[in-house]
Write a protein that binds this ligand. Structure first.
Ligand SMILES: Nc1ncnc2c1ncn2[C@@H]1O[C@H](COP(=O)(O)OP(=O)(O)OP(=O)(O)O)[C@@H](O)[C@H]1O
Ligand SMILES: [Mg+2]
Length: 497
């Protein structure tokens, strides 16, 4: 092998006395994709945030091209040719796409003033080179989550010279966009960059990684060539057990219709819109929603939940027409919505894990029984155990949990509220494999107990494995409804693309 590009040695980090990384070594070579894997909370993001100057390590060293490097801010990291696509999106919503891509390194004229024309044309160039269908002048706040992710990627690509860290970059991308990203990764690798790739998706690791490092509870338990370990071996090392069957068999749904949607439409001034959406959701059914990013799936869910009320059409819940103009009304009627936008509208970062879990039930119980605090804590504790939510204490702010653990706490919110119709938008996004299996078991339990689930997912195996039927949306329209049994990924993609 050639000379190492980067050497991290003995990296140790504690938060408030809690050791989350102990003496981690990581070496990166040019022309390599290095997968960094581990369960939720294992320390992957923290290690990479140290490399990117977001956190300072307590001890350890970083050497770049043979010389010691002190990185105290993300700006230092970018100057050293290191950039990162963060797991939680960090873009400024009020700025344009171009301004975000070059934030902190905007082109200036000789006079020292911002060269706006060059800013836009440089951004257009980056977007076009990577086939990202986004306008450089669009405001980031008006983009969908997946589009924002493409901007994050463009931002990292625009400045990365040597090392690029991707922290679950495909979590919000559809298959098509993920393929595009994989093509870009191959190009970067050929150019001699080193890529650190964090993902919970084994097929991505198998496809992309040259080497793999596995973290478990803040310790490095394996580093090696990817062809020396298979997916089962990786899972065993990170989880400490085998996972035999990911998708449990589902019980048959009842004929009774719980949610009836007819001719639903929404016209918006910006973003995706949808029209003429009609479907039934049965008692005990999991109805999958497939489609490319921007097809309008999230907008439909938001419409049903009263976040962006639809402009036409009707919704009936158990035979009664409903039109929610607020989420409180929807929650009160027994609907729960697990958002894909965890950071934007999902978590209340400064509130405790317990408060985040119980909050939806509180609003629906405002006229009901007085909340028993001990009971609240007990039931939350049960869910925290069941979903294996790793938190030092249930009273710590949820914003300090790892990404996957925040996701689990959001799911716990709707389980706590006991919603009978759950709209799950990318429910396993960023969740590790062991917990993913747990979530699927919970979904089965929910429908076996008479609940109904509408599941939006960009993960086709998950849609095929965990739905009774699959609705496919394309550009705001519902174009197909397939029984999941017997359907193939190719079939679904054909309808979606
Ligand atoms: N700012 C912080 N304050 C306190 N604890 C933190 C902070 N950031 C991370 N932690 C803790 O450090 C541990 C490792 O978190 P990290 O985000 O690195 O996990 P991860 O491997 O990236 O997990 P995931 O797959 O869920 O994203 C977790 O226990 C988390 O709660
Ligand atoms: Mg993480």
């Amino acid at each position: 092998m050639s000379e190492p590009l980067l050497e991290m040695a003995g990296v140790t980090k504690s938060f408030g006395g809690n050791c989350v990384l102990s003496a981690i070594d990581l070496t990166l070579y040019p022309h390599e994709v290095h997968a960094l894997v581990g369960e939720n909370g294992a320390g992957k993001s923290t290690l990479m945030k140290i490399l990117n100057g977001v956190y300072t390590m307590d001890s350890g060293s970083v050497r770049l091209g043979g010389t010691d490097l002190r990185i105290t801010s993300p700006h230092d990291a970018r100057k050293a040719g290191i950039s990162m696509i963060f797991q939680e999106q960090i873009l400024a919503n009020d700025l344009t796409v171009a301004e975000n891509i070059f934030l902190g390194m905007e082109p200036v004229r000789p006079s020292g003033l911002l060269d706006n024309r060059k800013l836009i044309s440089d951004a257009q160039e980056v977007l076009k080179r990577h086939n990202f269908p986004i306008a450089a002048t669009a405001r980031v706040g008006n983009l969908t989550r997946a589009e924002r992710q493409l901007v994050e990627i463009a931002r990292a690509l625009a400045t990365a010279a040597r090392i690029i860290v991707m922290d679950e970059p495909t979590a919000v991308l559809s298959q098509k966009e993920s393929q595009e990203l994989f093509r870009i990764i191959a190009e970067l690798k050929a150019k001699g960059l080193a890529i650190v790739y964090i993902s919970h998706r084994m097929e991505e690791i198998e496809r992309l990684a040259d080497r793999v490092t596995i973290l478990r509870d803040g310790k490095r338990v394996f580093t090696g060539e990817s062809n020396t370990i298979d997916a089962a071996g990786i899972i065993r090392q990170m989880v400490g057990r085998n996972i035999e069957e990911l998708y449990p068999p589902l019980p048959e749904p009842a004929p009774e219709i719980v949610l009836e949607v007819r001719g639903l439409a929404c016209r918006k001034t910006h973003g995706a819109e949808y029209r003429d959406i009609s479907f039934d959701l049965h008692r005990g059914e999991i109805l999958g929603f497939a489609g490319l990013v921007g097809a309008g799936r999230t907008d439909v869910a938001r419409g049903i939940f009263g976040l962006d009320p639809p402009t036409a059409g009707s919704i009936s819940l158990r035979g009664k027409p409903v039109a929610f103009s607020s989420t409180g009304e929807a929650i009160g009627a027994g609907i729960g919505y697990l958002t894909e936008d965890r950071k934007g509208v999902g978590i209340l970062p400064d509130m405790s894990v317990t408060q985040n879990i119980s909050i939806a039930a509180l609003s629906s119980m405002s006229s009901g029984p007085v909340l028993n605090l001990a009971e609240e804590t007990r039931r939350c504790g049960e869910l925290i155990n069941k979903l294996n939510i790793k938190a030092r204490s249930s009273s710590m702010p949820i914003g300090r949990l790892s990404g996957g653990n925040q996701q689990k706490a959001l799911l716990a919110r709707w389980l706590f509220a006991g919603s009978s119709v759950l709209l799950l938008d990318e429910p396993t996004q960023g969740v590790d494999l062991g917990t993913r299996a747990e979530i699927y078991l919970l979904m089965r339990e929910i429908v076996a107990n008479g609940g109904s689930i509408l599941m939006i997912s960009s993960d086709l195996p998950e849609l095929l494995g965990m739905s009774h039927r699959i609705a496919v949306m394309r550009r705001g329209e519902l174009v197909a409804m397939l029984p999941a049994v017997g359907a193939t990924q190719e079939q679904v993609m054909q309808h979606a693309a």
